[in-house]
Design a protein around this ligand. Structure first.
Ligand SMILES: [Zn+2]
Length: 143
């Protein structure tokens, strides 16, 4: 039996006690020979686990086993795809954050440029008013 399995404490009426005297945990096998077949085994961590083992479900017949294996492989494929897409989302979010920071810096530069243009226009207007008040006919006379 392969060790690829998922576990949960059994809660199906009967209580199985392992060789340690503890309530056995129920797992689901995902091996090619026993896909989706549940079994009881010791609930201790791997290095402390006793040898207790008991199938809960009957042996899976060929066609059902093939279907379960196919669906499980499809699930694994989709989970890997989701993981890759989530990684891609993280990368894209980082790129968006970088672009937003760059845009903020650009907006700041544009704002400073607008302010400088306004200041120059105001200074030029004041210069023209000074020229007119002195009665000069052109701004070249100031030089
Ligand atoms: Zn045990």
């Amino acid at each position: 039996m392969a060790r690829s399995s998922t576990g949960s404490m059994g809660s199906i009426g009967s209580i199985n006690i392992c060789d340690c005297g503890k309530r056995a945990a129920m797992y689901t096998s995902w091996s090619l020979k026993n896909p989706g077949r549940r079994f009881f085994t010791c609930s201790e961590k791997a290095d402390l686990r006793c040898e207790y083992f008991q199938w809960f479900d009957q042996e899976v017949d060929g066609r059902n086993g093939d279907v379960i294996t196919h669906l499980n492989n499809r699930r694994i494929f989709l989970e890997e795809k989701i993981k890759l897409l989530e990684e891609r989302i993280v990368i894209l979010e980082a790129k968006i954050a970088k672009k937003k920071a760059k845009n903020r810096a650009m907006e700041k530069t544009v704002m400073i440029s607008k302010i400088m243009i306004c200041v120059f226009v105001a200074l030029f207007a004041m210069l023209l008013m000074v020229c007119k008040s002195k009665g000069s006919s052109g701004w070249l006379e100031l030089m």
